[in-house]
Design a protein around this ligand. Structure first.
Ligand code: BTN
Length: 248
């Protein structure tokens, strides 16, 4: 059963809000949905544009009792869950840009920010917040600055009006399913992830910390790492970082 569900009009960031709830002792499975974020956060310290009435800004709090390594696949698997939710509501399945951006028609549709907090003594996970932002009703003029040329929304890509409530319901269900399964059967999603991943077989720009490099993306390994070939021919499995493809 759903333990706690908060629906907010405006918040700084649903991830930050969820973290504050976690520190107050909120239970496993607590979910937060906001219509608008004033300080939506993306990966690598970027901001995430979150205008009122346009998107789905959602975070879920998990309290798995496990070592952090067990949650390595979580970042990738959340993307599969979001793809499934989008497909259930629209009939269209987005692609995944490793590790977890959702792409539709060559443009970014959704982003995911996973933040983990560890317990001091045991080194175990004290909580993890998975934050998902999906562009739903945005029109071209709603995307400003650097995302103007790379972002899309469901309405724009599919040419209709997609129902945010139905999408939120599907997302909650898919994320709950993932929460119950992720520690036990991460391999169950591998085929779906590989089928959706758009990087494999391509030349991509790899960003790790401040380093940038052009590499060949070879495949996704069993732990959802990206196996790449460097320009000097050496092969490495990348477990964190980001890749860019044609401006995306
Ligand atoms: C990215 O594309 O770099 C990740 C974007 C994640 C955005 C979502 S919106 C809901 C949640 N709250 C945040 O502040 N960020 C995530």
């Amino acid at each position: 059963p759903r333990e706690d569900f908060r629906v907010l009009e405006t918040v700084d960031s649903t991830n930050s809000f969820c973290r504050r709830l976690a520190l107050e002792g909120a239970p496993d499975g607590t979910a937060v949905l906001a219509d608008c974020q004033t300080a939506g956060r993306g990966r690598r310290g970027r901001s995430f544009q979150s205008p009122a009435g346009k998107g789905l800004f959602f975070s879920i709090l998990w309290r798995p009792d496990c070592a952090p390594e067990k949650l390595l696949p979580l970042t990738a698997l959340s993307a599969v869950a979001v793809c499934r939710a989008v497909q259930r509501v629209t009939g269209v399945r987005p692609q995944i840009k490793w590790p977890n951006d959702l792409v539709l028609g060559g443009r970014k549709l959704a982003g995911i920010l996973t933040e983990m907090s560890l317990e001091g003594e045991s080194g175990h996970v004290s909580h993890v917040v998975v934050g998902i932002g999906i562009n739903v009703h945005q029109q071209p003029e709603d995307f400003t600055g650097e995302v103007a040329d790379i972002a899309t929304s469901l309405d724009l890509s599919l040419g209709g009006r997609v129902c945010r409530a139905r999408l939120a319901a599907a997302l909650l269900e898919e994320m709950d399913y993932l929460r119950r399964e992720v520690l036990f059967t991460p391999e169950r999603w591998l085929a779906d992830y590989r089928a959706a991943c758009l990087n494999v077989g391509r030349t991509v720009r790899l960003l790790q910390g401040d380093a940038r490099e052009t590499v060949q993306a070879l495949r996704i390994d069993e732990q959802y790492g990206l196996v790449v070939r460097h320009e000097d021919g050496s092969v490495e499995t990348v477990r964190s970082g980001e890749v860019s493809v044609r401006g995306l």
